[in-house]
Design a protein around this ligand. Structure first.
Ligand SMILES: *[C@@H]1O[C@H](CO)[C@@H](O)[C@H](O)[C@H]1NC(C)=O
Ligand SMILES: *[C@@H]1O[C@H](CO)[C@@H](O)[C@H](O)[C@H]1NC(C)=O
Length: 261
């Protein structure tokens, strides 16, 4: 039996790697900017070029036993279909602004100077949790057409690198957030997963106009150089906590019954 397990496991791994490799995944923290790449060898100028960036919600299949709940979920899906998918479009040598998704208004742009190099990268600024989605870049001109799809994940927590420093001849551990938080909750643990947070102090490092800030946290617990400490930072303000845009999609189970949807 052990032999069988050992045999199946590598196969399973290969399968998973194939799937991860199939779509590029980008990870970003709220309030940061990101450039989503999209290069095509057939693109060498804006002449005769049409391209667009669209979003699609990330969907997760979800088994539903209860028929009423299934109807509710299918209804939600219909609701999301009305949401404009178009984020950016370009044709006739210029950006087209009609029918675009208003959630991205003023936060997206493409560097037109890079188009002759074949790059249609979308710059997305001030990332919000609702930006978590699949992004599709489509381009066409007389020389060809193509499409790229990628996934953007908005991280709701981080574990920045821990540094050791000496303060007043005492060794302490320090971490600095790279993300911006309204109410950062910093927790420290050692290798044994013991919560050392009560021995730490957290201070504001820099603050933005919207009230969000980056923080520095110092762990003063008798710190040992050979110990491993982890510093975990997440948003603790309910109003700024992630609202996931991953939609639960019912599995096919009852599809025949509700085929009119
Ligand atoms: C994002 O881009 C804007 C405009 O270019 C810039 O002002 C801002 O500092 C950038 N934010 C980050 C976190 O890099
Ligand atoms: C895409 O284009 C950009 C800008 O010209 C370039 O920096 C980048 O290396 C290109 N990436 C690929 C995969 O060709």
């Amino acid at each position: 039996m052990a032999f069988l397990v050992a045999f199946i496991y590598p196969l399973l791994q290969t399968f998973l790697i194939y799937h991860v490799g199939a779509m590029e995944v980008f990870r970003v923290r709220p309030f940061d900017n990101i450039s989503l790449p999209c290069n095509f060898s057939f693109v060498d100028s804006t002449d005769g070029l049409s391209f667009s960036w669209e979003r699609e919600d990330i969907k997760e299949e979800h088994e539903v036993e209860d028929k009423e709940f299934y109807k509710f979920l299918v209804g939600l899906q219909d609701f999301y279909l009305f949401y404009p998918k178009l984020i950016y479009s370009f044709s006739n040598n210029k950006e087209q602004v009609e029918e675009r998704n208003s959630l991205y208004e003023g936060r997206v742009w493409v560097d037109e100077e890079e188009i002759p190099e074949g790059s249609l990268a979308l710059i997305l600024e001030q990332i919000q949790f609702s930006d978590e989605a699949l992004y599709i870049c489509k381009a066409t001109n007389a020389k060809g057409r193509g499409q790229r799809k990628m996934k953007l994940i908005v991280e709701d927590a981080e574990e920045p690198q821990v540094q050791f420093i000496t303060v007043d001849e005492t060794l302490v551990a320090k971490c600095i957030s790279t993300g911006w938080y309204h109410m950062p909750k910093v927790t420290w643990h050692n290798r044994k997963e013991e919560d050392l947070s009560s021995y730490s102090t957290t201070e504001i490092l820099e603050e933005k106009q919207d009230g969000s800030h980056r923080v520095v946290s110092i762990l003063k617990y008798p710190v040992l150089l050979h110990e491993i400490y982890t510093c975990h930072i997440e948003e603790d303000d309910v109003l700024n906590r992630p609202v996931r845009s991953i939609h639960k999609v019912p599995k096919r189970k009852y599809h025949n019954m509700y085929s009119h949807y």
